[in-house]
Write a protein that binds this ligand. Structure first.
Ligand SMILES: [Zn+2]
Length: 136
């Protein structure tokens, strides 16, 4: 399966405790973006196959859950996001809304070795070492 991104959002009035966030079974945002892939599937928003789709998704999120004015420059944020996605990296946004909610959104690259694809279409594997170099 080709590289794709899974997108996730969480919003709430208070960010959950460290203890709760670390649990894979909780619906709280994880610390490591890769761990979103192991969270309950109802947090999963979309599978996007092109970096530009993920950029569009994150851009639309700023319209649906607008950030409190003055937190960051939207154009600069989107530019940095585009560079990260084009390079195949994860992107995580964290910001506040005008009604005091916290928003955490992520576009998480897949496949990866840490977790299987949450759609079940990809199983991670490690290629066996095939070195044929002669030992001295
Ligand atoms: Zn996947």
């Amino acid at each position: 399966m080709h590289t794709h991104w899974h997108t996730y959002t969480w919003d709430g009035l208070a960010i959950p405790t460290t203890h709760v966030r670390a649990r894979a079974s909780s619906s709280s945002p994880p610390f490591d973006p890769a761990d979103w892939l192991a969270k309950p599937f109802d947090l999963h928003r979309a599978v996007l196959v092109r970096a530009s789709d993920a950029e569009s998704w994150l851009n639309a999120l700023l319209t649906d859950l607008p950030a409190l004015a003055g937190q960051f420059g939207r154009a600069e944020l989107l530019s940095r996001t585009a560079k990260d996605l084009d390079a195949g990296r994860d992107v995580t946004w964290r910001y506040r809304t005008h009604d005091a909610r916290h928003v955490i959104a992520a576009a998480v690259r897949c496949p990866r070795l840490e977790h299987p694809c949450p759609t079940g279409h990809f199983t991670p594997s490690v290629e066996p070492c095939r070195s044929t170099a002669a030992l001295p």
